[in-house]
Ligand binder design. Structure first.
Ligand SMILES: C[S@@+](CC[C@H](N)C(=O)[O-])C[C@H]1O[C@@H](n2cnc3c(N)ncnc32)[C@H](O)[C@@H]1O
Length: 164
């Protein structure tokens, strides 16, 4: 989680979205770095939203974190945004399907020059996250995103910015 959040490198003033916040661990790490910035964490699971809210009560109370139960779809995100950075950790988006709607949504949600970070930890199968990152990077590149893959000891992060 720490490595992935380091890849996102949240600045104190960044407006950030997390897709698939799960237990809220990464949200806590991001919140700790925000001053006037903000984080919107979405997850389609009610259990995940509850866990993220519980783990991050102080950040929510301070107005830096909003947690929303919704899928990452146009209807799910509504009029949220724009964001300087969007990230996901261990979420099966962008490589299990063509993700046409999701990629279009990223373009709409990111400010010009903004970046999506899709990160994965070490899976149970050696090399699996490398393969996932490769496939994700290809999908972003084919859709007109400038794409960089960073790897460290089995951890993977694909950074993708829409080409102007
Ligand atoms: C494997 S868990 C990872 C959770 C957390 N990021 C972590 O690394 O511990 C994937 C999470 O993403 C959420 N998720 C998957 N696809 C989603 C989608 N399309 N929209 C919103 N949430 C999604 C799931 O509900 C789940 O909480």
């Amino acid at each position: 989680m720490r490595w992935s959040v380091d890849q996102v490198n949240p600045a104190a003033t960044d407006r950030i979205m997390e897709i698939g916040c799960g237990g809220g661990t990464a949200a806590a790490l991001v919140c700790a770095r925000l001053v006037s910035g903000s984080l919107v964490a979405i997850d389609r699971s009610a259990t995940a939203v509850k866990k993220t809210l519980t783990r991050n009560e102080e950040c929510v109370a301070a107005g830096r974190l909003t947690v929303i139960q919704a899928p990452f779809t146009a209807a799910g995100v509504g009029d949220l945004g724009p964001f300087d950075k969007i990230f996901s950790i261990n979420v099966n988006l962008f490589w299990t399907s063509p993700a046409v709607e999701e990629l279009a949504l990223l373009r709409r949600l990111l400010v010009p020059g903004g970046t999506m970070f899709a990160c994965w930890g070490r899976g149970p199968t050696p090399g699996r996250s490398d393969e996932i990152a490769r496939r994700t990077a290809s999908r972003f590149a084919e859709s007109g995103f400038e794409t960089t893959v960073t790897s460290a000891d089995g951890l993977q992060c694909v950074a993708a910015s829409p080409e102007p």
